[in-house]
Unconditional design. Structure first.
Ligand code: BG6
Length: 366
């Protein structure tokens, strides 16, 4: 797992280079020829970490490209399919391309599309395995090019899934003119800086994260807060902690946390808060103040531009380089992956073979 966390700058670079060629940064439109020309909505299907990548993308696709987007857990899809209308693009996300729930959901969507004669609908897959069962099911594959991932807890496949989804969002926003040419170039340029920024997080924040992990290892419960584009990162960070450390970790949107879950707070339940300099900053810092009022330790994942007065209420800080506020998930997830890894090691656990879970959940057909 640690090796794969450290491979992220390199694989992200490979993936971005595939989707953004240097002399024509918006990539050739043939790369996206599968997109219905009158695209009406996007459905995203996935499980676990792949679903969380879909939730980050939902924020991007709706807020940047203005496309109504729904994400459904693949395991719920058979009993609660999403209504299909003409010109729907469905994206099945699965790093392995073999997760039974995701395959079943993708196949069901394909059948619906046939029955409803919605020939304008398209089904595509985002996967690390171009020769997988998913690849044989969908109309088109967008590869994430992460190289083999062996660690049960997905890390580098998550950041490369995000890269594909970010490129797709910029392309759609550009096509539908929801952002200016200048803004799309800005986002593309910032995407290209991310591998180096992740490398600097891995190099500079390792010591503080190991120090925090020693304390976190003693906890039985933990809460992870994020908001806006980082809400899904709070969910993914909590999933990484559950998978590797067996600490009961839950991710919440910082604002929603105050509407009930706040009752959980106790001084021995640490809170990890993603405090980024973006639109959600006031809401997150307001929640952090309320959390501190209950004498709860707060670990902040912050950026260099956060005012120092606000940082004083945090018990620990993991400081990230600045990036475009839309793209911060590429950076905020990295300390959460490392924290999960080092906390599990501190608890004497086998990080690469966590109990009860498998890398790919395949249920044999009956
Ligand atoms: C689960 C794994 O069974 O499958 C998770 O335990 C993983 O770690 C999920 O995120 C989805 O896997 P995939 O291959 O469909 O992305």
């Amino acid at each position: 797992m640690l090796k794969e966390i450290y491979e992220q700058p390199e694989v992200l670079q490979t993936c971005l280079s595939h989707y953004l060629s240097e002399d024509h940064p918006l990539s050739s439109s043939s790369a996206y020829s599968f997109i219905p020309s009158n695209l009406s909505q996007i459905h995203i299907l996935g499980s676990g970490t792949s679903r969380h990548a879909g939730l980050v993308a939902q924020y991007w696709l709706e807020q940047v490209a203005g496309i109504p987007t729904r994400v459904r857990s693949a395991s719920e899809f058979l009993s609660a399919p999403l209504p299909l209308v003409a010109n729907t693009l469905t994206i099945a996300i699965t790093q392995s391309g073999e997760t039974s729930d995701t395959l079943a959901a993708a196949r069901q969507q394909k059948n619906y599309s046939r029955l409803a004669d919605t020939s304008t609908c398209q089904l595509i897959g985002i996967t690390n395995q171009s020769e997988s069962s998913l690849a044989r099911t969908v109309d088109h594959i967008l590869p994430i090019l992460a190289g083999n991932e062996i660690g049960v807890a997905a890390t580098k496949t998550f950041t490369t899934q995000l890269a594909v989804l970010a490129c797709l969002t910029v392309h759609l926003a550009h096509c539908f003119k929801t952002i200016s040419q200048e803004r799309s170039h800005q986002l593309i340029t910032e995407l290209q800086y991310l591998p180096a920024k992740i490398a600097s997080v891995l190099e500079q924040q390792q010591d503080i994260i190991q120090e925090i992990a020693q304390k976190l290892a003693l906890a039985k419960h933990c809460i992870v807060l994020g908001q806006g584009v980082n809400r899904a990162i709070a969910l993914e960070g909590a999933l990484k902690l559950k998978e590797t450390t067996y600490i009961h970790a839950e991710g919440y949107a910082a604002g929603e946390f105050l509407h009930g879950p706040v009752a959980l707070l106790e001084p021995n339940i640490p809170v990890i808060a993603i405090v980024m300099p973006d639109q959600s900053y006031e809401q997150v810092i307001n929640t952090v103040r309320k959390v501190k009022f209950h004498n709860v330790p707060v670990i902040g994942i912050t950026a260099t531009t956060i005012p120092s007065a606000a940082l004083q209420i945090l018990d620990h800080q993991i400081t990230l380089p600045t990036t475009d506020e839309l793209l911060s998930p590429f950076l905020t997830i990295v300390p959460l992956q490392l924290l999960a890894y080092y906390t599990a090691v501190q608890r004497g656990l086998d990080v690469d073979r966590p109990r009860n879970i498998t890398k790919t959940l395949v249920v044999p057909e009956s």
